[in-house]
Design a binder for this molecule. Structure first.
Ligand code: TXA
Ligand code: MG
Length: 320
């Protein structure tokens, strides 16, 4: 198939919605990363997401909705969900809830689990598409399984050109890291994936501490099995002085090939991370990365970097 790039105006959005209604695949911008969307109620359409990404069928997908009200059709809502959704939706937060009876989602969306991951994105193009489509969209990140998530249309096309019907061009993703995932289907709320929302922001909204997930990652999110976010090049972290054969991805006031943020701004670094890793991966065999402070969004940046640096089949949990 030929992948069409659509401008994110009313006609592009309605063309994308029509493709989705027909069971097609559309890559869409969100404020975190680009997603690869299909109608979450059509099993065949969702199956083609797994096929295009080469994603193992046991790794469930996030269902995107236009509002918290829509989310309540699919997940069993509770007080935690209410607190978090009122504080952070629409936005870069995914909530895992028990599946609601009569939800109508294709069973492969949740990989047969009894829980569902729900997200209401803030990006105006994602919102416009969800409203025009008027239904739930299953959408993992729009990259081949195991590769770096896309933050620009060019990244989507580099991995999936010819395998999706269309890409809606929403420019560069503002945040650049995948959403924070909170599990709300157990006895306490648990942080399942770090993102741009910090633990303290989440706990302030919840009014209670977030528990540590005691379930092995492989059970709470069955996709967490292999190395992920992997560039082709070898990656070495927390490097002050790179070796002669290494290319430095810098942070702060250092001399380097590319700088995540010369001003040491962690939000800027997050937004640049995946794009700069891709750029360096095109030419370098060995990439070294400057130390990034382990505070705020730096925790999520370091989490992605550690996964990208993990040996490719180390069994280091992958997160999507
Ligand atoms: O920012 C994001 O979250 C992006 C944009 C497109 O929304 N999406 C994204 O999707 O990162 P993906 O599929 O790459 O990562 C989703 C993660 C996977 O690790 C998956 O295992 C986990 O969410 N997940 C999905 N459903 C789950 C469930 N019911 N319980 C636990 N984890 C779940
Ligand atoms: Mg992913």
């Amino acid at each position: 198939m030929k992948t069409k790039t659509l401008t994110p105006d009313a006609s592009g959005v309605s063309e994308a919605a029509a493709l989705l209604a027909d069971g097609g695949l559309v890559a869409l911008p969100t404020e975190t990363v680009y997603g690869l969307a299909a109608d979450a109620r059509q099993g065949q359409a969702v199956a083609s997401i797994y096929a295009a990404k080469g994603r193992p069928s046991f790794n469930p997908l996030i269902v995107h909705v236009a509002s918290a009200r829509d989310a309540q059709q699919y997940g069993v809502w509770n007080a935690w969900a209410e607190h978090l959704a009122s504080a952070f939706w629409p936005g870069p937060l995914t909530l895992v809830l028990p599946l609601r009876e009569g939800h109508g989602l294709a069973s492969i969306v949740t990989a047969g689990l009894e829980t569902v991951a729900l997200r209401c994105p803030a990006h105006p193009v994602a919102q416009a598409l969800l409203c025009a489509f008027n239904g739930p969209l299953a959408a993992p990140s729009a990259n081949p399984s195991g590769k770096i998530s896309p933050t620009r249309v060019a990244h989507v096309l580099a991995g999936l050109d010819g395998q999706v019907n269309a890409v809606l061009d929403g420019g560069a993703a503002e945040i650049g890291l995948e959403s924070t995932i909170v599990g709300l289907a157990g006895d306490t709320p648990v942080l399942l994936r770090h993102g741009s929302l910090t633990r303290s922001q989440l706990e302030a909204a919840l009014g209670e501490p977030l528990g540590v997930s005691t379930t092995p990652a492989a059970v709470s999110a069955p996709g967490q099995l292999a190395s992920h976010y992997a560039p082709e090049a070898a990656l070495r972290l927390n490097v002050a002085t790179p070796a002669p054969d290494e290319t430095l991805l810098g942070f702060g006031n250092v001399s380097c090939a590319l700088n995540l943020s010369p001003a040491s701004d962690m939000r800027e670094a997050a937004a640049n991370l995946f794009d700069m890793l891709r750029q360096l991966d095109e030419t370098a065999d060995k990439i070294a990365v400057s130390p990034i402070p382990e505070t705020g969004i730096g925790i999520a940046i370091n989490d992605r970097l550690k996964r990208a640096a993990a040996p490719r089949s180390s069994g280091m949990p992958s997160i999507g």
